[in-house]
Write a protein that binds this ligand. Structure first.
Ligand code: ATP
Ligand code: ZN
Length: 211
């Protein structure tokens, strides 16, 4: 029996996910099959997937565990357990408006059009703040939406803020702080749980050594 872990195939979380496994003493076979590989010294099978698909795969039990941004876990609303924050992939989901816009509070979003790839999280944020606004879901290049007249504001992932700045935008609200997390299936067998605990123990040791 092997524990199946889903990690991002390519993108911002890929390298740090592989590095974490390596720091846990787990060697990954870099085989020709880029969709799936196995660890050579731990009962672990590794699936390489788009980050958006990882929560669904875990909920379905196709993968037992996975490494994905907390932002994706919350947006997808799948039934998974967040078992450990991993300390990398740190970013925030923020509202931004054009630099020239007078913005004083969240009330300034009332009846505005907001472009985002995170409609669920944004909807929840607006509801909590008693704001009604129109959400435009777009899948990429959200930061150009105000400039082309598609939206009055955007809600997008930010780390340094340089992408916003380059597009003439300013950050006005933090909606969510996020980092990569280890998520697990609700229905793990006792045997899978033992392997997960073993992995978690090593992850915690790695984290402790860094502090
Ligand atoms: P995929 O092809 O797997 O769908 P993607 O383009 O959706 O990839 P990436 O841009 O690689 O995703 O980001 C993956 C995760 O990295 C994000 O969901 C987020 O948790 C984290 N992240 C950290 N900093 C940033 C940032 N500045 N912008 C976007 N994501 C960031
Ligand atoms: Zn994605």
């Amino acid at each position: 029996m092997k524990l199946k872990i889903a990690i991002q195939k390519s993108g911002r979380l890929h390298d740090d996910s592989i590095k974490l496994l390596k720091e846990c003493g787990i060697d990954i076979n870099n085989g020709v099959n880029k969709l799936k590989t196995e660890a050579t010294n731990f009962p672990l099978e590794v699936f390489f997937l788009r980050d958006d698909d990882i929560p669904q795969y875990i909920e379905d039990g196709v993968a037992d565990i996975g490494i994905v941004g907390e932002n994706v876990v919350l947006e997808k609303q799948k039934q998974v357990n967040i078992v450990q924050k991993l300390g990398f992939g740190k970013c925030r989901l923020s509202m931004a408006v054009e630099k020239s816009v007078d913005y004083t509070s969240v009330k300034d979003l009332q009846n505005k059009r907001i472009a985002t790839s995170y409609p669920v999280i944004v909807e929840d944020f607006l509801k909590r703040n008693g704001i009604t606004a129109e959400i435009h879901e777009i899948s990429g290049s959200v930061e150009i939406a105000p400039g082309i007249g598609l939206a009055d504001a955007i809600c997008d992932l930010v780390s340094s803020g340089s992408t916003l700045f380059m597009n003439g935008l300013k950050e006005v609200e933090t909606v969510l702080k996020s980092e990569a997390v280890l998520a697990a299936c609700h229905q793990l067998t006792a045997e899978q749980q033992v392997l997960l605990d073993k992995l978690l123990f090593r992850i915690q040791a790695v984290k402790k050594a860094k502090n």
